[in-house]
Every structure is written in structure tokens, then in C-alpha cells.
Ligand binder design. Structure first.
Ligand SMILES: Cc1cc2nc3c(=O)[nH]c(=O)nc-3n(C[C@H](O)[C@H](O)[C@H](O)COP(=O)(O)OP(=O)(O)OC[C@H]3O[C@@H](n4cnc5c(N)ncnc54)[C@H](O)[C@@H]3O)c2cc1C
Length: 531
């Protein structure tokens, strides 16, 4: 037995003692299943640990550090398109936190909830509904079974005024690789009501260290909740001529900057809408195996020839406020688009009753009701389509690779990025499914979704090559990604300053044995040579 193997065997033994036999998994079939993601990856998982409490998690970390075994935490592991639950380092031990699924605090008056990493969007939604709460949490297009903590730590986005999730969480409880525990903001003090209410507390704000990083394992955080609106409007709009895209984007920016639109707005191109609304049109595919723009045009009469579609939501405290918002949107956005329809609802959200019973899936999403409608679209290129239930893109070999370039929220930047992404994807024989998330007043995320069938020969390699080419071309324009997949952690340009050395020093200070998710957002390719 080699020394490394013996350290690993000792760690497994100690973890079994700390967690119980059944929560340390080493069966090869289970490990292989966990290592499956939505694109080709050769990374292996050497064991799976399932702690149930913070103290068990601390024991896991201490053992890993002492015996120098790399561990990789996930909350629910549904990070589809970015590597699912697969570690950045080969042969790491997966620490899966779904058993830590307690909702530890809830306050209707001050509108917050504290959750452990295993709490899912569905669980929190049910929790709020059972209590007749008039609050909601931003939900995502991913899955009702995804994790609020996991999504926040990846700086994901969702529906509603708090859709830019990481901006609306605080009081992180973090287990370091050393086994130490820190709380961010005021949460480090006993006996204060401020911990779940105030993000930075006093002094240096540590919370920024723990999202998109490998510096700690978050064992709890507080998420602020939005009040259900008394008036809610879904604004749907579209343009036919793609040359109108810049004008449409500039109008949206105006509405975000002036505060009329306070939530994340979504924009999709015709390919993306087709992939969510219809089965794949196999009969139209050319010899190159791709649905060309010309062929797509033959379908577009079904949706009035539109090339770009958008949805934004207006959340208002009263029907009167809602009416004023709608008027302003009609004035600003109306002239910039070909179609604009506004559907408005109002009601007294005493326990959200009226609004919660809305059947329209769009309205449900806007009120934080989790759904799987978008997830079905990753089966678009699978011959049999999506199963009715139990969707699992990893198991079903759906190909999904995402890149997420960040764009200035100007028409000219968006037009340029869209042209580049579309050209590169079509050159790789991949339909350019483009989505855009306007998550702030000043920037938007462009999401060129690469969706394919992993069972098709050569498709995996083509998809990853297209992803890399899009990411590099857009980064070359200064449009850097806001989030990275496990395969692209080293894809960023070299920084112009001393940040790589500082990253390394911070990593060494908090994780001296370098066992926590090595390679995840630590940009070690740029670390200076060892001193
Ligand atoms: C069709 C489709 C639609 C999607 N829509 C959206 C969307 O609307 N918005 C969006 O943001 N994403 C979306 N996604 C991407 C992704 O599926 C979600 O972001 C999902 O929430 C991430 O998975 P998770 O919540 O299970 O997090 P996890 O996979 O558990 O966590 C993500 C990563 O964060 C780190 N991490 C997790 N927990 C911890 C912890 N406790 N401590 C330290 N590090 C941790 C790990 O490195 C982990 O790999 C979509 C994906 C698909 C396929």
C-alpha cells in the first residue's frame, strides 16, 4: 500500500467513526454515477461523505487537513452546465451537504430566513406556504431541488427584486479547512438581533471571501425574502428585426436605472425560445446536423417572425403604483419593440393567497414558485425528449455547457457579443441558443447555452471546443465571465496586478494543507513560483 493510499484509508476510517458507516460511501458504481456531469470530464471522485451537522462537518475538515486528502463540498450538486457536483481536482472526496437541511430561523416581520446548505427551493417554498407567509424567495430556472446556499455561493440569479441572490444574503456560518468556524457580519457576536439583518457588520467584511471560492464551507446563511407584491405585472415584448436589439437593450437599461424595473429581466433569442417551447425539429436539420437560420425562419411565422423576446416583471406595493409603472414602461419600451403586452394582477397578499393560486407558469415563477419547465429544454436534442418526471441531465447524458460573459448594459456591447457568440456556435455546428439575464442596472449576463446529445459521436468535444472559443473571444473583448465551470477555472486572462500572489497568501492562511476544493476559483495558474 502506498503512503498516499494509506493516508486515504485512514481518513476513510476516521470519517466512518465521525459520521457513521452509512454516510461514507465508497462503492465504485455510486462514485462513477456522482462523477457524471453534462459534458465530458475525466475527473474521478474517491469517496462521498454526508455529514449531518456543523460539528460533523468540522470533523470532516480536520481529518482532511491532517491527512491531506482533498475534499470538495457541494450543497445539492445540481450545478448543471458548470460541472454538476464534480470536483475541480481529480480524485477529491465529495462532501455532500444535503442532510444538513434545517431551516433554522424565520422572521415574517423583518423578512428573512436562515438555512443550511441542504435546504432546497421546493422545501423553502413549502415552508413559507404552510405558514401562510406573504414573503417569497427568488427561484431559478434550474430545479426545485437545487440549493439556496449552493445557488447563492455560485452567485446565481433568480426571479424577483432579490434575484441577484448574493446581494441579499448575510450571516454566513463558515467551516474552514482547519475545522475552525467563523460567522460573517454581526453574526460573530452573541446576543445581537442584527446578525440576520445587516450584511457587513463592523470592520472588514469577510463574506466576500466565501462565494465563488475555496476558502471555506458554508454551513448556514441568512437569505432575505421579498414581500409578495400587491400588484404584479408580466411585461412580454419582442422584436422582429435583430437590428432593433440595441434599442431594446437601451430602453431596458433606462427602466432599470430609473428604478421602474427592480427585478431581473430575461431576454431570449428565437433559437432559445424554440428549445423551450417545442420539440426539436429533426425534419429540418441539414447535412451538417444543425438547424440553420434559414430553416429556423420557416418556423418563425408561428411566433410572428420575432427574433428576440423578453420578459420583465413589475412588482408594486399597490394597484395605483402598478398602473403608474405600466404607463412608464409603455412609454419607454413601447417604441423600442414590435410587440408589447402587459398582463397585470393585483390582490391582497394576506398569506399570498390570491397571487399564489395563479396558474400561468410565468406568474408562478415571478412569485418564487419553483418549476422544472426550463430544465426540460436540456433534453431538446435527445431523441426521446424529456421524461415526464425525475429529470436528471447527468444520468440521461444530456449535453449542457454554459458560459456566462458579463456585458455592459448597452445596446452596442450586447449586439457585438451576440454576433460573436452566434458566429462561433454556428461554425461549430451548434444551434446558438442565447439567453440574457439583466441582473443589475449596469450589466447583463449573456448565456450562450450549448445543448446537445452526449450520445452523438463527437458532440462532447465539439461542445467544449465551442464553449472555449466563445469564452476566449468574448474575454478578448473585455466581456469576462461572471462564473466558471470546472473545466474553465484556468480560462481567464492573467491579472495585471499582484492579485494572484495575494490569492495564494489568503488560501495558505485559511487552508494551510491546501485540501479544500483545490483549483476552484483560486486561479493558481497565475500564482507566483513558491517563495
Ligand atoms: C435549464 C437550466 C436552468 C438553470 N437556471 C438557472 C438560473 O435561473 N439561475 C442560476 O443561477 N442558475 C441556473 N442554472 C444553473 C444551476 O443549475 C443552478 O445555479 C443551481 O442552483 C446550482 O446547483 P446547486 O444549487 O445544487 O448548487 P451546488 O451544485 O450544490 O453548488 C454549486 C457549487 O458551489 C460550491 N458550494 C456549494 N455548496 C457549498 C458550501 N456549502 N460551501 C462552500 N461551497 C459550496 C461548490 O463548489 C459547488 O460545486 C440552470 C441550469 C439549467 C440546466
Amino acid at each position: 500500500m502506498t503512503q498516499a493510499a494509506s493516508a486515504f484509508e485512514r481518513a476513510i476510517g476516521e470519517w466512518r467513526t465521525a459520521l457513521g458507516e452509512g454516510h461514507v460511501r465508497t462503492e465504485p458504481a455510486e462514485l462513477a454515477q456522482a462523477a457524471a456531469t453534462t459534458f465530458a470530464s475525466s475527473r474521478r471522485i474517491s469517496a462521498i461523505l454526508r455529514p449531518s451537522s456543523r460539528s460533523e462537518l468540522q470533523a470532516v475538515a480536520r481529518i482532511a487537513s491532517r491527512l491531506r486528502i482533498p475534499i470538495h463540498p457541494v450543497s445539492s450538486g445540481k450545478n448543471w452546465g458548470f460541472g454538476s457536483r464534480v470536483p475541480t481536482a481529480d480524485a477529491a472526496v465529495l462532501v455532500e451537504l444535503s442532510r444538513m437541511n434545517r431551516i433554522t430561523r424565520f422572521d415574517e416581520e423583518l423578512a428573512y430566513v436562515s438555512v443550511e446548505p441542504g435546504v432546497t427551493f421546493r422545501q423553502l417554498y413549502e415552508f413559507l406556504r404552510e405558514r401562510g407567509s406573504a414573503l417569497f424567495v427568488a427561484s431559478t430556472g434550474a430545479s426545485p431541488e437545487a440549493s439556496i446556499v449552493g445557488n447563492a455561493l455560485e452567485r446565481g440569479d433568480g426571479s424577483g427584486p432579490y434575484g441577484d441572490r448574493i446581494q441579499h444574503v448575510c450571516a454566513l456560518e463558515v467551516v474552514l479547512a482547519t475545522g475552525e468556524c467563523v460567522h460573517t457580519g454581526f453574526a460573530r457576536f452573541d446576543g445581537t438581533p442584527l446578525a440576520p439583518l445587516h450584511r457587513h457588520g463592523v470592520g472588514p467584511a469577510l463574506d466576500g471571501l466565501f462565494s465563488q471560492s475555496n476558502l471555506g464551507i458554508v454551513s448556514e446563511l441568512t437569505s432575505w425574502l421579498s414581500p409578495l407584491p400587491r400588484a404584479l405585472a408580466a411585461v412580454r415584448f419582442s422584436i422582429r428585426d435583430p437590428a432593433r436589439l440595441p434599442g431594446m437593450i437601451d430602453a431596458i437599461r433606462r427602466l432599470r436605472l430609473d428604478g421602474t424595473v427592480r427585478s431581473v429581466a430575461g431576454i431570449w433569442n428565437d433559437y432559445r425560445v424554440l428549445s423551450t417551447e417545442s420539440a426539436y425539429p429533426w425534419q429540418l436539420v441539414g447535412a451538417d446536423g444543425v438547424l440553420s437560420r434559414d430553416k429556423l425562419a420557416t418556423l418563425s411565422s408561428a411566433w410572428g417572425g420575432a427574433t428576440w423576446f423578453g420578459l420583465l416583471a413589475l412588482y408594486a406595493a399597490s394597484p395605483e403604483q402598478g398602473a403608474a409603472q405600466r404607463l412608464h414602461v409603455e412609454r419607454v419600451l413601447g417604441p423600442a419593440v414590435d410587440e408589447l403586452s402587459i398582463e397585470a394582477r393585483s390582490g391582497e397578499p394576506k398569506s399570498g393567497a390570491e397571487l399564489f393560486h395563479e396558474q400561468d407558469p410565468g406568474f408562478r415563477f415571478l412569485q418564487g414558485i419553483p418549476h422544472e419547465a426550463s430544465l426540460k429544454s436540456v433534453y431538446w436534442r435527445k431523441a426521446g425528449g424529456a421524461p415526464e418526471r425525475d429529470l436528471d441531465p447527468d444520468r440521461d447524458r444530456c449535453g449542457v455547457v454554459w458560459s456566462c460573459p458579463t456585458l455592459p448594459l448597452t445596446g452596442r456591447a450586447v449586439e457585438r457579443a451576440v454576433q460573436i457568440a452566434e458566429r462561433i456556435l454556428l461554425a461549430h455546428q451548434i444551434e446558438p441558443l442565447l439567453a440574457m439575464v439583466v441582473q443589475s442596472e449596469r450589466t447583463a449576463y449573456l448565456i450562450p447555452l450549448i445543448v446537445y446529445d452526449r450520445d452523438q459521436a463527437g458532440a462532447d468535444a465539439r461542445a467544449l471546443s465551442a464553449h472555449d472559443a466563445v469564452l476566449a473571444a468574448l474575454a478578448g473583448e473585455g466581456f469576462l465571465p461572471y462564473r466558471l465551470g470546472i473545466q474553465s477555472m484556468n480560462a481567464l486572462p492573467t491579472p495585471r496586478d499582484d492579485s494572484a500572489a495575494v490569492h495564494r497568501r489568503i488560501k495558505r492562511a485559511l487552508d494551510p494543507a491546501d485540501v479544500l476544493a483545490p483549483g476552484r476559483y483560486d486561479f493558481r495558474k497565475d500564482w507566483p513560483d513558491p517563495e
